[in-house]
Design a protein around this ligand. Structure first.
Ligand code: SF4
Length: 460
């Protein structure tokens, strides 16, 4: 019993968070920056913060994650880190030769009050930024929001800095990706290709954090959104943001600065969210939906229908990031499963209303909460009160799954004890098949392991 001290009784808590269902802002800023070609993320704070952010990403993606740090010492912690950052910018361009440095702040530099914008302007004025190279910056204080907030802030910083409006309208759309895996970004690009829609995907971590072994180290792998692509986003016909939490700020910024209208839709997880995504794409790209996409949808529906008996009525607990779990919960309900406990450590006022919209009629007993006190401890307490058949979330759920003997599907960030998440997409109809397969496998494995001998079936 690893979590033997978790009690059934739930008490109101105002300040304490136990086992948070989130991580810190700069991790998200770093991930977004890695999805831009030739970009080196830079953490303006202590070495410890940068090491943590890099290792969180390295452990999840099983790839080396490059990032620089301002390496605060006692002096910079008291007097500010301007001198460190100015020196860092000069050294990084001279030694590591990135196209862009993407600077994000940390708790420490925010508390001191370092003004990143002013420091970056000073670096430019002093000639520390070579011609044709860029420094982008985003404030990511980790005592508010979560890694999703950091991702959203860095995404906004990129479009604000690079997108330019000219007189030439382009027949392309901007696809602002929420926090998804490199395989998911690859899947989004495949769908765009099938639908014959020209697009700019930002960020794009495919071919950055899922690179093949070639025997040669590439500091800046071939993937990532290019500077030219980001500049062209100001002339696109429309922006489509995947996930309100991660992309709305960037979409609004593009609208404000370049008059590119936008629509926010859910990350395409499951049937309904993918339907909405495909329809939004068809409308934005002014194309009809190809037969291939309809066939993929049909295959997913067919598998769900075939295996419905194993899914029907199963009680599920889910935790993760709002943009990812909202469509997932909708998908579970569509499969006649019962998502009864849902927590997300990321704050945001629309979470509860979206959950109510999806669950109030079909799963009226569902409990859901987001924000700092919506932690893994609370979810475990709910499970102790009334058990579930399935747990879905990142690696940290394995303690609850083991203690309560619950089949466990790993989805979300971070997954640090299994592989596959970076390589097999869970987006679109094809990704929906993968989710169904993962869920069925763990449910059937438990049935095989625990059923009576006379109920042990060869064909399932
Ligand atoms: S101090 Fe703040 S920025 Fe640094 S690792 Fe901790 S939460 Fe993240």
């Amino acid at each position: 019993m690893l979590l033997r001290h978790t009690t059934k009784e739930v008490r109101e808590r105002n300040a304490l968070t136990v086992n948070p269902a989130k991580t810190c802002q700069p991790v998200g800023a770093m991930y977004a920056a890695l999805g831009v070609h030739g970009c080196l993320p830079h953490s303006h704070g202590s070495q410890g913060c940068c090491s943590y952010h890099r290792s969180a990403l390295t452990r999840h993606y099983k790839e080396p994650v490059m990032a620089a740090t301002s390496s605060f010492t006692e002096g910079s912690s008291v007097f500010g880190g301007q001198a460190n950052l100015l020196q860092a910018i000069e050294t990084i361009f001279a030694v590591y030769e990135p196209e862009i440095i993407a600077v994000h702040s940390t708790c420490l530099s925010e508390t001191i009050g370092d003004d990143l914008n002013q420091i970056v302007i000073k670096a430019r004025d002093e000639g520390k930024v070579p011609f044709g190279k860029y420094v982008v910056q985003a404030a990511t204080p980790s005592y508010v929001g979560s890694h999703v907030t950091g991702y959203a802030n860095m995404l906004e910083a990129f479009v604000k800095y690079f997108a330019e409006k000219t007189d030439e309208k382009r027949r392309q759309i901007n696809l602002l990706s929420g926090w998804v895996e490199p395989a998911d970004m690859r899947e989004l690009k495949r769908i765009m290709k099938v639908m014959k829609i020209k697009s700019v995907l930002l960020p794009d971590t495919s071919d950055v954090l899922d690179t093949p072994m070639t025997g040669k180290f590439e500091m800046y792998p071939k993937g990532g959104t290019t500077i030219a692509e980001m500049v062209s986003m100001g002339d696109s016909m429309q922006s489509l943001g995947l996930g309100e939490w991660a992309t709305e700020k960037a979409a609004i910024s593009l609208d404000n600065t370049c008059r590119v209208p936008f629509e926010i839709t859910d990350i395409p997880v499951g049937i309904k969210a993918t339907d909405r995504f495909i329809q939004a794409l068809a409308k934005a790209g002014r194309v009809s939906i190809p037969e291939q996409i309809s066939e993929e949808r049909g295959r997913l529906i067919d598998v769900i229908t075939d295996m419905h008996q194993y899914l029907y009525g199963k009680r599920v607990a889910v935790y993760g990031d709002p943009d990812n779990i909202i469509p997932l919960i909708e998908f579970l309900v569509d499969m006649d499963m019962q998502p009864v406990y849902i927590v997300s450590g990321t704050p945001g006022k629309h979470f509860e209303s979206r959950m109510a919209e999806i669950l109030s009629e079909r799963v009226p007993e569902a409990k859901y909460k987001n924000g700092p006190q919506a932690d893994m401890f609370l979810m475990h307490q709910w499970i102790k009160e009334n058990p579930v058949d399935l747990l879905i979330g990142n690696t940290y759920g394995k303690y609850v799954a083991r203690d309560e003997n619950i089949p466990f599907v790993r989805m979300g960030f971070p997954i640090i004890d299994r592989i596959g998440h970076s390589y097999f997409s869970t987006l679109g109809y094809m990704g929906g098949l993968r989710i169904v397969e993962k869920i069925l496998s763990v449910l059937m494995d438990k049935q095989d392991a625990t059923c009576l001998e006379e109920k042990f079936e060869l064909v399932m």
